[in-house]
Ligand binder design. Structure first.
Ligand SMILES: NC(=O)c1ccc[n+]([C@@H]2O[C@H](COP(=O)([O-])OP(=O)(O)OC[C@H]3O[C@@H](n4cnc5c(N)ncnc54)[C@H](O)[C@@H]3O)[C@@H](O)[C@H]2O)c1
Length: 278
């Protein structure tokens, strides 16, 4: 379904901000069949070689806004902090049929409607960087004027880069951002600190980095291919009285283990999301 939706859009897909996330999403859409001449990138800071590579594939890069037809989709992928200056110039692009998809952390549907107009059909979504390999997670909430067809289009666009979870309550978005939006960083940090701990235990640094990285990615791949709960996969590693049990006694300490630390980390990210709301 995604492919046919992407191939039969009523107008272009306009991407505001082609950085890490926006760029990854555009790649996913082009791979899934979005015609390159239906893709428009607006980003004044795009490196010249990136702009030339996109233009060479047929993507329209930084055209005059007045020359654009009504977009089917406007993806807002700039940093939340630059929204006050980046959004007003694109507000006139938003027409009756346009669905706006914002992936800005924190920025609320209400704030965006304040800039783009109360009638604008806006979906607020938070993807994550495994989107670059089609393994992203997006959590999305639709504004009050989004039609069923626009929601289907947003599902197709976000589905091109991974799984999509719709929520009905926007108040949950900052917590979702803290779990799945920021979550890949926690997994990468695990690989980093596991490598450092290996060095502290006497391993050569490069060997430790290699085996820590392969262990974290292998565990993720195993979890991906297994139907077992994460807790069962953990228990399968843990021999009674063995080495893992000794480590988990530290990591699962009720007072200073991973659990309370992660609660604190996710709370800090959630709080920051609320601060970015603007
Ligand atoms: N990186 C992530 O893991 C992630 C995950 C979920 C959501 N997001 C959200 O995605 C958005 C982008 O994050 P990112 O990590 O891709 O950042 P980034 O810095 O890589 O990309 C932002 C892009 O916006 C461009 N830009 C700046 N001002 C602009 C303007 N006025 N008009 C057009 N483009 C402009 C920059 O040149 C840059 O290419 C943020 O709002 C962030 O909250 C990021």
């Amino acid at each position: 379904m995604s492919e046919s939706v992407l191939k039969s859009l009523s107008g272009p897909v306009v991407l505001l901000g082609a950085g890490k996330m926006g760029g990854a999403m555009l790649e996913g859409w082009l791979k899934l069949g979005l015609p390159a001449d239906k893709a428009v990138v607006l980003d004044p800071n795009l490196p010249a070689e990136t702009a030339a590579a996109l233009a060479g594939r047929g993507v329209l890069v930084n055209p005059a806004l007045a020359s654009l037809p009504a977009p089917a989709v406007l993806l807002l992928a700039v940093k939340p902090q630059v929204a006050p200056e980046a959004l007003p110039p694109v507000a006139p692009l938003v027409r009756a049929g346009t669905v706006v998809v914002s992936i800005m952390a924190g920025r609320t549907l209400g704030t965006m409607a304040g800039i783009l107009g109360a009638q604008a059909a806006i979906v607020r979504a938070i993807p994550n960087t495994p989107a670059a390999i089609g393994r992203g997670v997006s959590v999305a909430v639709a504004g009050p004027t989004v039609t069923a067809a626009q929601r289907e289009l947003a599902t197709a666009l976000l589905g091109a880069i991974g799984i999509v979870e719709w929520i009905g309550d926007e108040a949950l978005m900052d917590a979702a951002t803290a779990v799945s939006g920021s979550g890949p960083a926690y997994a990468f940090l695990l690989a980093e600190v596991l490598a450092q701990a290996g060095v502290a235990a006497g391993l050569p640094a490069e060997l430790s980095a290699r085996i820590a990285r392969a262990t974290v990615s292998g565990a993720g791949a195993l979890m991906d291919q297994s139907d077992l709960p994460a807790a069962t996969l953990r228990q399968n590693v843990t021999s009674p009285g063995g080495t893992t049990a000794a480590a988990l006694a530290v990591l699962m300490d009720a007072g200073k283990g991973f659990g309370p630390l992660m609660v604190e980390a996710v709370a800090a990210a959630t709080k920051r999301g609320k601060e970015l709301a603007g």
